[in-house]
Design a protein around this ligand. Structure first.
Ligand code: HPA
Length: 277
């Protein structure tokens, strides 16, 4: 982990050359949610490739751009797309953008993703406000010698997702007239979707949804002392006993059709954060 600090500094400096400000809120937009970045109308858009050490995003439905600017008087950074473990990089590098956001002043991080619904109460298109996670990935972004400038060696993980933000997100959904659940997200390495045996196994562990992202970023956010909110769109129901095919294109299209609900929650949280200033 000691190699991270100069990388964070270089990426921060490159962003500041294009957008010389600090930010309060960072957002990571997952599968099918690119449109939210466009609707925020932020001033400066930087392709990930133009930022030193930023991992490039090769995933379906992830455009790979960092949007920087002000929304309702609140400075924010929005990643339109992310990199996943299955794309090949080490998790310490996959999560570098979260560390760069922290270095640019971010205090609150909003993560979004698409997931498979394990909880039989969940339907396709439902939103899950993640209250906890189960890490099933074979790497950890904090592995290696700890850099005490970035965080503590053994970070607490009793509350990786801020309880207040969870309640706030659920209240926004309720007041806007749509269902959002409170659930546990399990991260699998991917890129293949789960077998029926794996679906039964992960459900037994206590997960409500399963996906291939978010957890490494939430771990780094906790290590960095950020408040985190994670919103998951159930794009497919994971059936434990019926062979139901899951298709990447369909995952992107269901996520995109539920975008308005995720956007409602994000805009509500941003409004509340801007009023705090
Ligand atoms: N499994 C893992 N990741 C996913 C799924 C799934 O069923 N749906 C969307 N992302």
């Amino acid at each position: 982990m000691l190699e991270l600090f100069p990388k964070i500094e270089a990426a921060t400096e490159a962003i500041c050359q294009q957008w010389p400000h600090s930010a309060k809120v960072g957002i990571v937009l997952g599968t099918g949610l690119n449109g939210i970045a466009d609707s925020l109308g932020l001033d400066v858009v930087l392709p990930f490739e133009s930022i030193p050490h930023f991992p490039s995003s090769t995933a379906l439905g992830h455009s790979g751009k960092l949007h920087c600017g002000s929304f309702q008087g609140l400075n924010i950074l929005t990643m339109q797309g992310r990199t996943h473990y299955y794309e090949g990089a080490k998790l310490a590098d996959v999560t570098l953008p979260v560390r760069v956001m922290k270095s640019l002043g971010v205090e609150t991080l909003i993560l979004t993703n698409a997931s498979g619904g394990l909880n039989p109460q969940y339907a396709q298109g439902d939103i899950v406000v993640v209250e906890d996670h189960i890490d099933m990935l074979p790497d950890n972004p904090l592995r290696g010698i700890n850099d005490d400038r970035l965080g503590t060696r053994f970070p607490d993980m009793s509350q990786p997702y801020d309880f207040e933000l969870v309640d706030q997100a659920l209240a926004i959904a309720r007041n806007s007239g749509f269902i959002a659940h409170r659930g546990v997200y399990a991260a699998m390495p991917g890129p293949n979707y789960e077998t029926r045996g794996e679906i039964r196994f992960i459900r037994k562990l206590g997960a409500d949804v399963v996906g291939m992202s978010t957890v490494p970023e939430a771990i780094v956010a906790a290590h960095s002392g950020l408040r985190t909110l994670a919103l998951s769109t159930v794009t497919n129901e994971c059936k434990p006993y019926v062979a139901t095919t899951t298709d990447g294109e369909e995952v992107v299209s269901v996520a995109a059709s539920a975008e308005a609900k995720v956007k409602k929650i994000i805009f509500g949280v941003l409004e509340a954060e801007s009023q705090k200033q």
